[in-house]
Design a protein around this ligand. Structure first.
Ligand SMILES: Cc1cc2nc3c(=O)[nH]c(=O)nc-3n(C[C@H](O)[C@H](O)[C@H](O)COP(=O)(O)O)c2cc1C
Length: 404
């Protein structure tokens, strides 16, 4: 996560050479982890040239300094879970129905009583000014024009009040537990007073992680990054508006001691809807039910938490079964195609979030890039719905997917 990042004290010929190599057009089009962009495709210079959301990855890579692109691209360890998130979709195939009048398809849906034009939302991603000077505000404007739900990270680089104004409605707020309850409670009250209707507690990073791709890319970044990143206590939080006026010395955003007791306490602390992000098993979904949790985001943090090697789409059937009828289930991790979204909806989720794709759009083209990414996915989803003989989100059922 960004707060712990300290880029580029070291300089030297080797790094400058690596940087030169990374900047070359040949390498700029190469995806970091091998799956995001079709081999050989170049970076698009105009967003109208984008054929799919993966086209934005190479464009983002060209625009961003290596360390910032590394932060966006990285998984953990060997990036196996990151890759699995994409591979998993291949294990589910579609069963289209014929002879249905699909002249029109309606993508509207409802989540916690709020109507949305489509089920595609923007996952919480920290430190978005690392990708574009307007950061979360550009994303909020894009979300507004595309009528998409935005989930704002604890480590946002724009204030929640400004983001809510730009989004035209209060966004959902993602909460890291922090290692001190008083601080956690302040964050919750802050989100509440800003009007956020839903609190998303991220539970998949209790003890840090090994983001090796990020570390490798940092080594190729020859800039002097001391102005933004240094190791003074609490410094990483000073540019994070949620922590304004809070002494973060000796405090971390993660908390290794979090248990279901923490969830119970949080439940009693706020009237906001409470969603747990990072659930991957039937057992934990059942425990969510028992603890009065309103919703689940099935997630492995985009392959950035523990290296399970298991995709979120493959976790879905058991989590949906454990969640039962009362809990609202959403999912994220590797969603890059309308068919991916369709499969998740067929497996029983209410909505699907994307992380990296809208950040690629943001990095490459600002607000317009965010909009284009959502537009492409929305159009692909509509197409596959109609191709499968489906006219509304409610009509998408388990019978439309099968496994080999
Ligand atoms: C650069 C980056 C920063 C992230 N920051 C957060 C965060 O602050 N809080 C959080 O709950 N999840 C965070 N995530 C995870 C996303 O919310 C989401 O689970 C993931 O990106 C979905 O996978 P995808 O990127 O393949 O779409 C981050 C992901 C990325 C790529």
């Amino acid at each position: 996560m960004a707060p712990a990042e300290h880029f580029g004290e070291q300089q030297g010929n080797r790094r400058r050479f690596l940087r030169f190599l990374l900047g070359s057009p040949l390498l700029a089009s190469r995806p970091v982890s091998g799956w995001q962009t079709a081999p050989g495709s170049g970076a698009i210079a105009d967003l109208r040239d984008a054929l799919n959301v993966m086209d934005f990855e190479a464009a983002a890579r060209q625009k961003l300094p290596p360390a910032h692109f590394g932060y966006l691209a990285t998984g953990v360890d060997d990036d196996v879970t990151l890759t699995a998130n994409r591979e998993g979709f291949k294990r589910f195939q579609l069963r289209p129905r014929r002879m249905v009048d699909v002249s029109h398809a309606d993508l509207r849906t409802e989540i916690f009583g709020t109507a949305w034009e489509h089920p595609i939302s923007l996952a919480p991603v920290g430190s978005q000014k690392a990708f574009h000077p307007e950061g979360e505000l550009a994303v909020a404007r894009g979300a507004r024009s595309m009528q998409a739900l935005q989930i704002l990270s604890t480590v946002t680089t724009c204030s929640v009040e400004q983001v809510n104004e730009a989004a035209g409605r209060p966004v959902w707020f993602q909460l890291y537990p922090t290692s001190r309850w008083e601080i956690t409670e302040k964050l919750v009250r802050h989100a509440e007073s800003a009007g956020c209707p839903v609190l998303v507690l991220t539970v998949d990073l209790p003890v840090g992680r090994h983001t090796e791709t990020l570390e490798r890319m940092k080594r190729t970044d020859t800039r002097n990054c001391a102005a933004c990143h240094n190791s003074a206590p609490g410094h990483a939080f000073q540019r994070k508006p949620m922590f304004g006026g809070i002494d973060m010395t000796g405090v971390g955003v993660y908390n290794a001691a979090v248990t279901w007791e923490f969830a119970r306490r949080l439940r009693e602390t706020t009237r906001m809807k409470l969603v747990l992000k990072g659930i991957q098993t039937r057992e934990d979904a059942q425990l969510c039910r028992e603890h009065g949790i309103d919703g689940i985001i099935v997630s492995n943090h985009g392959g950035r938490a523990e290296e399970t090697g298991r995709s979120t789409i493959e976790c879905l059937p058991e989590v949906v079964a454990g969640a039962g009828d009362k809990l609202t289930v959403l999912v994220d991790g590797g969603f890059r195609r309308g068919t991916d979204i369709f499969k998740a909806l067929a497996l029983g989720v209410r909505g699907v979030s994307i992380g990296r794709p809208y950040c690629w759009g943001l990095a490459a083209f600002g607000q317009a890039g965010v909009e284009k990414v959502i537009e492409l996915l929305r159009a692909e989803l509509e197409l596959i719905m109609r191709q499968c003989g489906v006219r509304s989100i409610a009509e998408i059922s388990r019978s439309f997917v099968t496994t080999p």
